[in-house]
Write a protein that binds this ligand. Structure first.
Ligand code: FMN
Length: 172
């Protein structure tokens, strides 16, 4: 697919088939994250691939709402940013997540970004801390998001170029 088509076709997918994601597709998705640009090329992102169902279930409860797909997906990639390595961890991890979503679309794999940073669980605990606890990660790592992945069970309609709100573009 051409990039323009990938951008229009990519939708958040929250329902998945039971099928496994082939290893070569996962590798291409990870490669996209690893190849994403970062400020001053500091590359502060680490990628945790999670297939263990118990861990996926725990992650789905790491925040109060909007994480249910993590217990149903085939696997998830938690994107961690080393806050000591780069003050741009939010930007760097966000770009890596975005690149992986686009490559997932190219590979026919459904994805959905699950926000953890700035969110909390039903019992009021910080979602990032919950994720660090579940994955036994040091406090220097920040968790921007967890990408749920799976072979799509649903096919939401692609975005149309007509949705672009050109009023948001300002020329000087
Ligand atoms: C920064 C960010 C955080 C998001 N967090 C969640 C989330 O926690 N749970 C969820 O179900 N979807 C989440 N999404 C997906 C958005 O809801 C979705 O991208 C948006 O509604 C547009 O739909 P589309 O992705 O199908 O184009 C997130 C997306 C972004 C970019």
């Amino acid at each position: 697919m051409k990039l323009t088509e990938i951008i229009l076709n990519r939708r958040s997918i929250r329902k998945y088939k039971n099928d496994e994601i082939p290893e070569d597709k996962l590798r291409k998705i990870l490669q996209a994250g690893l190849m994403a640009p970062s400020s001053q090329n500091r590359k502060p992102c680490e990628f945790y691939v999670i297939r263990n169902r118990g861990i996926l279930k725990s992650l789905s409860e790491a925040k109060a709402m909007g994480a249910a797909m993590l217990s149903e997906c085939n696997m998830a990639i938690a994107v961690l940013g080393d806050g000591e390595k780069a003050d741009t961890w939010i930007e760097d991890c966000s770009i890596a997540l975005s690149f992986m979503m686009l490559e997932a679309e190219e590979q026919g794999v459904g994805s959905c970004w699950c926000q953890m940073h700035l969110r909390s669980s039903a019992d009021g605990k910080d979602a990032e801390e919950n994720v660090r606890g579940i994955l036994h990660i040091s406090a220097k790592y920040r968790i921007v998001g967890v990408l749920a992945l799976g072979i799509p069970e649903q096919k939401p309609s692609p975005h149309s170029p007509d949705e672009a709100d050109w009023n948001k573009v300002h020329y000087f």
